[in-house]
Ligand binder design. Structure first.
Ligand code: HEM
Ligand code: HEM
Length: 183
C-alpha cells in the first residue's frame, strides 16, 4: 500500500496533486486568456502570452487524459455516509460536467489556433499538427465558443469549490480533507 494511490476512503497523492495543479492551471489560463486578448499588437507580450497559453493548455489536456486513465485504474473513494443521494448525484454530475467543459474548452482553443492551418507549438519542444483547419469562419466561431465555455467552466468550478468549502466549514465533514491529505 502506498499513499500515492486512491483508497476506498480517500484520494491518493497522485489524484490530489493533479486536482490542485489543474485547478490552479485552469484559473491561470482563464486570467491569461482574458489579459492577452486586451493587449495591443505592439505590446511585448502580444506574441509570447498566447504561446504560453497554448502550451500550458496542451499540458493541461495531457494531464486531464492521464487523470481519467488514473481514475479508471484506481480504487474509487466511497461517498461519505452522511451525504444524501441528491447531494452525491449533484456532486458527481458537477464533476462529469467539469471534465466535459475542460475537454470542450481545450478542443475549441485548439480549433482557434489551427484555423489558419498552423500547428500548435508545445513549449517549442514539438508541434501538434493542425488536423482541422480552413472551415469557413473557424477562427471566429471557435473563439466565441472558447470564450463562453471558459466562462461556464469558471462558474461551475467556483460553485464546486464553494460547495467543498461549505462541507468543510458548515457540515465539518471529510469532503475537503480527503482531497488534501491521503489517509
Ligand atoms: C478552490 C477551488 C476548489 C476546491 C476547494 C475543490 C475541492 C474539491 C474536492 C473536495 C473534491 C472531492 C469531492 C468528492 O470527494 O466528492 C474535488 C473533486 C474534483 N474537482 Fe475540485 N476543487 C476546486 C477547484 C477545482 C477546479 C478549478 C477544477 C477544474 C479543473 C476541479 C475539478 C474537480 C474534479 C474533476 C473533481 C472530481 C475528481 C474525481 O474524478 O473523482 N476542482 N474538488
Ligand atoms: C481549460 C483551459 C483553457 C481556458 C480556461 C482558456 C481560457 C481562455 C480565455 C478566457 C480566453 C480569452 C477569450 C476572449 O477574450 O475572447 C482564451 C483565448 C484563447 N485561447 Fe484559451 N483557454 C484554455 C485552453 C486553451 C488551449 C488548450 C488552447 C490551444 C491549444 C487555447 C487557445 C486560445 C487562443 C488561440 C485564444 C485567443 C482567442 C482568439 O483569438 O479569439 N486555449 N482562452
Amino acid at each position: 500500500m502506498s499513499a500515492w494511490k486512491n483508497t476506498t476512503t480517500s484520494y491518493g497523492l497522485i489524484s490530489i496533486l493533479i486536482h490542485w495543479v489543474s485547478a490552479l492551471t485552469v484559473f491561470g489560463l482563464f486570467g491569461v486568456g482574458l489579459y492577452m486578448m486586451s493587449l495591443s499588437y505592439y505590446d511585448p507580450l502580444y506574441q509570447s502570452l498566447p504561446w504560453w497559453h497554448k502550451s500550458i493548455g496542451l499540458a493541461l489536456l495531457a494531464a486531464t487524459i492521464f487523470r481519467l486513465v488514473w481514475k479508471t485504474i484506481n480504487s474509487k473513494p466511497a461517498h461519505l455516509p452522511e451525504h444524501s443521494k441528491t447531494t452525491v448525484r449533484l456532486a458527481v454530475s458537477a464533476h462529469h460536467m467539469i471534465y466535459l467543459l475542460l475537454f470542450a474548452t481545450m478542443t475549441s482553443g485548439y480549433l482557434i489556433s489551427t484555423a489558419d492551418g498552423r500547428a500548435v507549438s508545445f513549449f517549442g519542444w514539438f508541434e501538434v499538427p493542425a488536423l482541422i483547419s480552413g472551415i469557413s469562419g473557424q477562427e471566429d466561431i471557435a473563439g466565441d465558443i472558447h470564450f463562453y465555455l471558459a466562462w461556464s467552466l469558471m462558474i461551475l468550478a467556483a460553485l464546486h469549490g464553494l460547495a467543498a468549502i461549505k462541507h468543510h466549514v458548515i457540515d465539518r465533514d471529510q469532503t475537503l480533507i480527503r482531497m488534501i491529505k491521503p489517509h
